[in-house]
Design a protein around this ligand. Structure first.
Ligand SMILES: [Fe+2]
Ligand SMILES: [Fe+2]
Length: 220
């Protein structure tokens, strides 16, 4: 087996362990991370970015691994978060980067560290524009798309039309204009089908569809 093939096999085994740990800690984060990976891949395919697709896949799958260090009562809190709790949540990119130090994923540490930066410099570490690694900017767009399109306990997923509008509004302030344009170069049907297939989203989507159907029947 070639060196590259051995690396690929080892990295996929270790990635699986890591994503299982993320899932054991928080089922939503595991599904969301996979969704971010799928969306980031789509961005990479539509754009002309000089970036290692395998490394981007690893970073997308592991971008929120630092959340395993966030206490349960903060990570899944029902109500609004206090300043102290927000400070804990905001540590997750740095925690994720630290967890990867000394491992075969060490070189994507910075991509994870900066995935909550904003183009206008108002993100977690104050980096702005092109100072933010391109991979982090791609993950940020995929992350936002995924957050809008996934079902949460406190709200349903946004429609694809609302998601497109919100991404356009965020381009240039929160998100990289070029990366947003690349994602939105896909047609609406493609983007709508680019949904999260985790069990939580599937269950919630089914519930929403049933609710909509009952409402329709009751109106008739
Ligand atoms: Fe994150
Ligand atoms: Fe995320």
């Amino acid at each position: 087996m070639s060196e590259a093939a051995v690396y690929r096999q080892q990295s996929s085994e270790i990635l699986k362990i890591c994503t299982n740990i993320i899932g054991a800690r928080d089922e939503y984060t595991q599904g969301h991370s996979h969704h971010v990976y799928v969306v980031a891949e789509a961005i990479l395919q539509a754009g002309s970015y000089f970036i290692d697709s395998e490394k981007l896949a690893h970073a997308a799958l592991l971008h929120d691994i630092g959340k395993i260090l966030v206490p349960e009562n903060v990570l899944n809190k029902d109500g609004s978060l206090s300043d102290e709790e927000w400070a804990i949540i905001r540590q997750h990119p740095a925690n994720g980067c630290s967890l990867l130090q000394g491992t075969m994923f060490e070189d994507i540490g910075d991509w994870i560290l900066y995935h909550h930066e904003r183009i206008d410099g108002k993100g977690y570490h104050g980096l702005s524009g092109d100072d933010i690694p391109l991979a982090s900017r791609i993950i940020a767009v995929a992350d936002t798309f995924s957050a809008l399109r996934t079902y949460r306990a406190y709200r349903p997923a946004k429609s694809i039309q609302d998601t497109i509008r919100i991404l356009k509004e965020a381009a240039g302030t929160q998100l990289d204009v070029n990366v947003v344009q690349t994602l939105l170069s896909y047609d609406e049907d493609f983007l709508e089908a680019l949904e999260c297939n985790c069990e939580i989203c599937k269950r919630r989507k089914e519930m929403e569809q049933k609710k909509a159907l009952f409402e329709k029947i009751n109106l008739q």
